[in-house]
Structure formats: C-alpha cells, structure tokens
Design a protein around this ligand. Sequence first.
Ligand code: ZN
Length: 75
Amino acid sequence: MPTPDVVAAVILTVGLGLVFAVWILYDRVDALLHDSRRHRTVFHCVKCGTLYTRPRRRETGVCPKCGHSNLRLRF
Ligand SMILES: [Zn+2]
C-alpha cells in the first residue's frame, strides 16, 4: 500500500505532465495555423483586377476568376 506522500507525488507528476502536454500541443497547433496564414502569397490579376492569395511562397498564381497566370505582388 503506497503512502499518501507517494500518491500525492504521483498525482502531481501526472497533473504537471498533462499540463505540459496540452501546452506543447496548443503551441504546435498555433504555430501551424499561424504559418499557414503567414506564408500566403498575394497576387493582383492584370487581366480582370482581382486581388487573391495562394498558400505558400510562389512566383506565379492562376487567377480564380479568369484563369490568367500572374506574377506575385512585391512590396
Ligand atoms: Zn483574373
């Protein structure tokens, strides 16, 4: 039969481990969401004037409205 001290120590360790696991999980999910939003490339269609974005960094993007391939906007 474990003493109350050992039981308390085990409960504390498991609790802290759970808190750290959730912390790391949320940190990773947040970084993933933030990266997908940050790594978008902005395009302006020279044919129809539509402003649109595409995921990840790329040099050309096809317009969703007219299908014209445009170069990315540089700021
Ligand atoms: Zn277009």
